[in-house]
Design a binder for this molecule. Structure first.
Ligand code: F6R
Length: 366
């Protein structure tokens, strides 16, 4: 059942190229330069006239929502707010009928996310679900939706659900950007062609597994770990930290790299591993200067870099390469090494990777 892998989590990490491909299938028609998504196309006027998009979710799905915020605003120029479902539902938010609420949930059963949907529906908003489990409560409660086609995710720590959520949300952002006339036809085609290469690039990123395992062996006994990223990769830093803490029980925090100097930099000493997402696209120089600040305080730097990078390699203690891609697609690649790093550390510490203590796969109570 684990298909030769030691754990479901590892199997599911390795399934990501196929899971992303399955999530495109029938929706992204690269040769014709088209995206077809019934859940969007059937309600296109609602989306084109939306005053804003509210995204609600919990945990890893909330991180996918944050990535989507950056992509939607950048490409489609629609204002987006992302909220924890548990906060949103209890804070008397301003919602009206020109708002679209996108609820993201792998299980489709998360109690807080469900409650947020019901509240938004009561206030007249249009609700769109992004779920993995077909026929789940959230998928039935939403007015419309698009499934991620990740297949069953058994490991409690979410992996392929995250990257396929980002895939679906990227397709939606591209479709809306095109329909709103915010991107040129040639850029739209170029983006589809690039997105089509992402599964192969994820495959390449997975090839760093042995190298990542060696890095894991060096840092497995660290009591703390910091994850930094900027822009599209800030939410990936949050996700990397969540993955490490939930399966290895090492305290980890994710931060936007520039926030370092507003507090967390005080934590840096020679005991502190700092994972920095420093792909060549997107504030690269600024991230390099953040890395210099860490280095001058003797922090241990693990850089997630673009293939062929030299600048970060000079500064960092270790680098892990991912293939080059268009900036807004980098989260689909930078996520991979962070999943593998957490996995190997947890295995080396003898933790129950697939069923971490205190956690449940679907959180049906608030
Ligand atoms: C993290 C994790 C949780 C879930 C969260 C939301 O690896 O598994 O943080 O992401 O409980 O679950 P869904 O997406 O099912 O609503």
């Amino acid at each position: 059942e684990k298909g030769g892998y030691d754990h479901f989590m590892l199997k599911e990490i390795y399934e990501q190229p196929q899971a992303i491909r399955d999530t495109f299938r029938g929706r992204m028609l690269v040769d014709q330069g088209l995206i077809k998504m019934a859940g969007i196309d059937d309600h296109i006027d609602k989306f084109l006239n939306a005053r804003r998009i509210l995204i609600v979710a919990c945990g890893t799905s909330w991180h996918a929502g944050l990535v989507a915020e950056y992509i939607f605003e950048d490409l489609a120029r629609i204002p987006v707010e992302v909220e924890y479902a548990s906060e949103f539902r209890y804070r008397n938010p301003v919602i009206d009928k020109d708002d679209i609420l996108i609820a993201i949930s792998q299980s489709g059963e998360t109690a807080d996310t469900m409650a947020a949907i019901k509240m938004a529906k009561d206030k007249g908003a249009f609700v769109f679900g992004v779920c993995n489990v077909v026929g789940s409560s959230i998928s039935r409660e939403a007015h419309a939706g698009a499934y991620t086609h990740a297949g069953p995710e058994i490991g409690v720590a979410s992996t392929k659900a995250f990257t396929t959520q980002i895939t679906v949300l990227t397709l939606i952002a591209l479709q809306l950007a095109k329909r709103k006339g915010k991107i040129s036809t040639s850029d739209f085609h170029r983006y589809l062609q690039e997105l089509d290469t992402i599964p192969d690039k994820v495959e390449k990123a997975l090839n760093s597994n042995d190298h990542i395992e060696k890095i894991a062996a060096i840092y497995k006994d660290a009591p703390n770990c910091l994850y930094l990223g900027r822009g599209f990769n800030f939410p990936v830093a949050l996700e990397g930290a969540l993955k490490l803490k939930e399966i290895s029980y090492i305290h980890a925090e994710g931060y936007p790299a520039a926030e370092m100097k507003h507090g967390p930099i005080a934590l840096i000493d020679e005991q502190m591993p700092v994972v920095v997402i420093a792909t060549r696209k997107g504030h690269y120089e600024k991230v390099v200067s953040n890395i210099q600040e860490i280095k001058s305080r003797s922090g241990k730097i693990i850089g997630i870099v673009t293939e062929g990078d030299v600048d970060v390699r000079d500064l960092a203690d270790h680098v892990i390469e991912v293939p080059d891609t268009i900036e807004f697609m980098t989260p689909l690649l930078t996520t991979i090494p962070l999943q593998l790093l957490s996995y190997h550390i947890a295995v080396m510490l003898g933790k129950n990777v697939d069923q971490p203590r205190n956690l449940a796969k679907s959180v049906t109570v608030e």
